[in-house]
Write a protein that binds this ligand. Structure first.
Ligand code: COS
Length: 382
């Protein structure tokens, strides 16, 4: 049973505790789903999470706009990750994929949110390109104005939900200025002519992932999100919200690894006594528990700060993501070690966690990028 005492921290309100409890019992009944067909599993997860009402937290309600509640987003990701990494993925991408629309979309664009919040449409965030992953400002993809339309040409890669998404939030160069000041964001429905899946990408923790090709993709000018030339800032502001949630997912994986380890070291006998009797093992367990609590503090500090109305949480979110993902990697590595051969046997829980955690130190801003972001924030503040 995972430690829930953190829910008593002052970051949370009663409705958060209720959400965590409701989701926990939903997870007990519904997860994990069968992963043998990843696309089908993701569609099933989105539909089920939608039906159960949990996707209403992934995006704002277009009928009564209120800010996204980042603590709820984090609690949901943490809980889902503890039960099933793919369920976390399915939830997270509904949020990231529509994040630009939730935060900056027009009333018309926000109509999409009715179907993504109900689990009836799947969304994706298309920012990275073959030549610009970390260096977003250097993207090549173009969007050229043609009367009442924009015409998009280029490629996006490492796009989660690529291949199963119904709508993509796409960033492209509109050329108002060089670099970061000449990028804009667009809503592009998946069936738009000229948009195709160039390649499906396969990774160690499988989920739908693809390279997208845009050849003369014509979209109405009403698909522009926010102002032309502001797309870089919009993407960074969206990442400021969702990076804390990546930290939360890592926290969920780490908590599960700790839980599995506690059970293992109590039940496995070695040298005539439970593994836990060895002080070296106690040392590992203590370090794992400390990493989990410290990560939780940073994640929920960032989420609470945003929910309390901070204009920017760039520093808090970067710290939460960097620390939580790095420490979760270490916690899970220790869990593998304490499981011995079972830790690397295909199909065991800790083996799955070991594969799941790695990408979190890369996507939505690699650990190295987070360090750059934190350092710049520290310099700006001094
Ligand atoms: N919120 C709002 N505005 C922001 C911002 C934020 N979090 N971060 C930067 N900006 C603004 C800056 O203030 C600057 O504005 P002005 O032009 O008005 O001065 C502008 O955006 C450019 O910022 P900066 O100079 O920092 O841009 P860089 O090209 O140096 O950005 C990093 C560098 C590496 C920080 C950025 O490209 C980044 O985060 N890369 C990782 C991207 C990523 O997460 N990719 C994964 C995709 S999703 S899987």
């Amino acid at each position: 049973m995972a430690d829930k005492s953190f829910l008593n921290w002052p970051f949370f309100e009663d409705h958060h505790r209720k959400l965590a409890e409701d989701l926990e019992s939903w997870c007990d009944k519904n997860l994990p789903v069968d992963h043998s067909n990843i696309d089908a599993a993701c569609r099933e997860l989105v539909a089920k999470l939608g039906e159960a009402g949990f996707l209403t937290y992934s995006a704002i309600d277009p009928d009564k706009p209120e800010a996204l509640d980042v603590r709820s987003l984090c609690l949901i990701r943490e809980t889902l990750a503890r039960h099933d990494g793919l369920a976390d993925f399915a939830f997270a991408m509904q949020g990231l994929g529509t994040g630009t629309i939730s935060l900056f979309g027009s009333e018309e664009e926000q109509q999409w949110l009715h179907s993504t919040r109900a689990g009836k449409a799947i969304s994706a965030f298309a920012l990275s390109e073959p030549r610009s992953g970390s260096d977003v400002a250097n993207m090549d993809m173009t969007a050229v104005r043609d009367g009442e339309h924009f015409i998009l040409n280029g490629e996006k890669t490492w796009i989660s939900n690529g291949g199963i998404a119904d709508l993509y939030c796409v960033f492209a160069r509109t050329g108002e200025a060089p670099g970061a000041r000449g990028i804009s964001a667009f809503v592009v429905p998946a069936e738009t002519p000229g948009l195709s899946i160039k390649e499906r990408l396969h990774v160690i923790a499988p989920h739908p992932l693809a390279t997208l090709s845009f050849k003369d993709v014509r979209i109405p000018a009403t698909g522009l999100i926010g102002e032309a030339g502001q797309g870089f800032k919009l993407s960074m502001a969206v990442l400021d919200v969702f990076r804390s949630t990546v930290g939360a997912a890592a926290l969920g994986f780490a908590r599960r690894a700790l839980e599995e380890t506690v059970s293992r070291v109590q039940n496995r006998e070695l040298f005539g006594a439970p593994l836990f009797d060895l002080q070296m093992v106690q040392g590992h367990v203590a370090e794992m528990a400390l990493d989990v609590d410290a990560a939780a503090l940073l994640v929920y500090r960032a989420a609470w700060t945003k929910d309390k109305g901070a204009d920017r949480v760039t520093r808090e979110a970067a710290m939460a993501k960097l620390y939580s993902t790095d420490r979760a990697q270490s916690v899970i590595d220790k869990a593998v070690q304490l499981h011995g051969g079972d830790g690397v046997r295909s199909g065991t829980v800790v083996e799955g966690l070991y594969r799941e955690i790695r990408a979190l130190r890369i996507y939505e801003g690699a650990s190295d990028v987070q360090k750059v972001v934190i350092a710049r924030q520290v310099m700006n503040a001094s």
